[in-house]
Design a protein around this ligand. Structure first.
Ligand code: ZN
Ligand code: MN
Ligand code: MN
Length: 286
């Protein structure tokens, strides 16, 4: 897929103004081949239908600028692992809508957080997530692939262990339409070491043994403010966190990871922004 020698590397960009402006922003900050968006305000339940004019512009710009892997991300409020019938139903509706919206926009991958079982136990959570994905995929017949994202292991969260992702994939049983997005910050916070070549090798091997590398489609490339196994979902600038430069160099140089799309979800503050993080990633990529 990646014909160039450089990385397929992008960042999560804003759709403020109109959805096609996200593509302009991606170009502006130096994204190559990929970027990620929320298709609407991620902090609410309400949303408007996509504007056909904006969809057309978005698609044109994506093609013109060579973004062959645009990625969508689910909004924050839905919890597809919820044991509450009401919240589950509401969350499922959003998942269905996002699958449809990504299809309209020509986005092939939708990254999904697996939510919280709210104290009912991991097995209930796993069942719920699988039910939600199965139902949504039945309802929406397009070529959008759901990416289950590994979580940091916050209290009651589903999907921080590779075994949990494997179980969900098995329960859904649709290898074409469900795969995995690997978030480096979340993995590290969940206890998977990534600080040097040996650690990266071991974590990738574990991923391969439990999930299978062929199911890995996108990497969220974030450093971690929290320590190894801290279960803290707090992203840091590349190289400035607990994973560090050595770790990211090893990630970028791993032959199974090197050609995958990398998406930054790093902070924007006095110490850096997406542009500086993209430069740092290119430097470490070599
Ligand atoms: Zn995410
Ligand atoms: Mn992420
Ligand atoms: Mn996160």
């Amino acid at each position: 897929m990646n014909m160039t020698t450089g990385p397929v590397l992008g960042a999560h960009v804003s759709i403020a103004g109109s959805i096609d402006k996200a593509v302009d922003r991606a170009v502006e900050i130096g994204c190559i081949g990929t970027f990620q968006i929320f298709t609407r305000n991620p902090r609410g339940w309400e949303f408007k239908k996509l504007n056909p004019e904006e969809v057309k512009l978005f698609r044109e710009k994506v093609t013109a600028k060579g973004f062959f892997v645009p990625v969508g991300h689910m909004p924050y409020l839905p919890n597809i692992a919820s044991p509450s019938k009401q919240l589950f139903t509401k969350s499922l509706k959003v998942l269905i809508a996002e699958l449809e919206r990504c299809g309209e926009l020509g986005i092939k991958f939708l990254a999904v957080h697996l939510g919280s079982h709210m104290g009912k136990g991991i097995n209930i959570g796993i069942q719920r997530v699988a039910d939600a994905c199965r139902t949504a995929l039945e309802k929406v017949q397009n070529d959008v692939v759901i990416l289950l994202e590994n979580m940091a292991g916050q209290k009651n969260s589903v999907g921080s262990r590779f075994e949990e992702l494997r179980e969900i994939l098995d329960l859904i049983g649709d290898e074409k339409r469900v795969a995995v997005c690997f978030d480096t910050c979340h993995a590290f916070a969940a206890g998977y070491d990534l600080r040097n070549e040996e650690a990266v090798e071991k974590t990738v091997e574990q991923f391969d043994n439990v999930i299978g590398l062929k199911h890995l489609k996108v990497i969220h490339i974030n450093d971690s403010k929290g320590e190894l196994g801290s279960h803290l979902d707090r992203h840091e600038h590349i190289g400035m966190g607990m994973i560090g430069e050595e770790g990211f160099r090893a990630i970028f140089h791993h032959k199974a990871l090197r050609n995958l799309p990398f998406i930054l979800e790093t902070p924007e503050d006095k110490r850096g922004n997406f542009r500086t993080n993209i430069l740092k990633c290119k430097e470490l990529y070599g």
